[in-house]
Design a protein around this ligand. Sequence first.
Ligand code: PLP
Length: 400
Amino acid sequence: MTFDVHRVRAVYPALSDGYAYLDGAAGTQVPAAVIEAIADAYRSGLGNVGGTFPASGRSGSLVAECRQALADLTGRSPDGVILGPNMTTLTYRLADTLSRRWEPGDEVVVSRLDHDANIRPWVQAAARRGAVVRWAEVDISTTELPSAQYRELVSERTRLVAVTAASNVVGTRPDVAAIAAAAHAVGALVYVDGVHATPHVPVDAGALGADFYATSAYKWSGPHIGTVVAEPALLETLHPDKLAPAPESGPGRFERGTAAFADLAGVTAAVEHLASLDPTATGSRRQRVLASMAAVEEYETRLFARLIDGLDAMEHVTRYGRAARRAPTAFFTVTGHSPRQIAEHLASRRVNVWNGDNYAWELAGVLGLRDSGGAVRAGLVHYNDEADVDRLLAAVGELA
Ligand SMILES: Cc1ncc(COP(=O)(O)O)c(C=O)c1O
């Protein structure tokens, strides 16, 4: 299938402002259908859930539809979909809940590749429980996270392994299935940060071996809503703090207070949008999502080659990120300019990028970038095109 990026771009109102949006890794723009779904939810009248009147029923339907959409996106059951404001909040909540079972001397494994949201909640929970933190290291020359090290890192005391499905700066996609197999061999649970991977590849949380898979809709054309999906039976074994009248079972126990009902309509519309990206795909929404995300991966990989080939041809650019499997995210510095100055220059050329460590705080330390302002991150998503990439390359070229 030929990926029709012009058709895709046309459904994003924000892209008409003429900027090259290469900041998708920090949050994407949203298609008109998502904006309309949110507006329609409010227009139709909403109430809190569980009441006797139609507006209450509509909110209940929005919650159920959203859980089903996220199940279709991740390959899990809707009964295992926990909804919340963002990944960080939900991860802290699960770290609090899961760590209640940890004893002094138990172990957790985190990685230096991860965004801090999949490190610090576990490190802090471990400190509270007297548990030991073990670190999976990144090979700096390749920016790979070698999975073989996990066989040494896990032990009978390991309770949890937290690992990312893709680095939000260098893009590395570790072999999560192999890491999960090592964790499961010793009976540990696996918490996968899917925030950066989900916009770029087909996701099957079960095949990854993710007991928990976290993602945030605002990274894949939806509103600012996060989710963690798990097997319903696993969730039933956990007992988060909750209000007395709140549900006794199901994912609702992990969801505090009243949900952002209209935004949930936007999440469902965003999954529909992803499912539509391969217009030739047929079958269930799950099947269409898988086909569409495979098309997205192929398109982005091709466009990314143009981006990194262009950067690598410039002597004044140092690029980080050499992994064999990676998301289309470039992380680079330019000789003689701070990352902030580069980002300012690019903004003056109507190119949106991020500068800094982007919360990949441990990795920035390992790469020796933490104290020098990090690097510049230019990330592709499926609505970016060759003109975006060429504008970036031209503007970076001016800094020679
Ligand atoms: C890989 C990764 N993990 C976690 C997060 C945190 O997500 P949230 O903003 O939903 O808390 C981000 C956000 O940038 C991210 O890129």
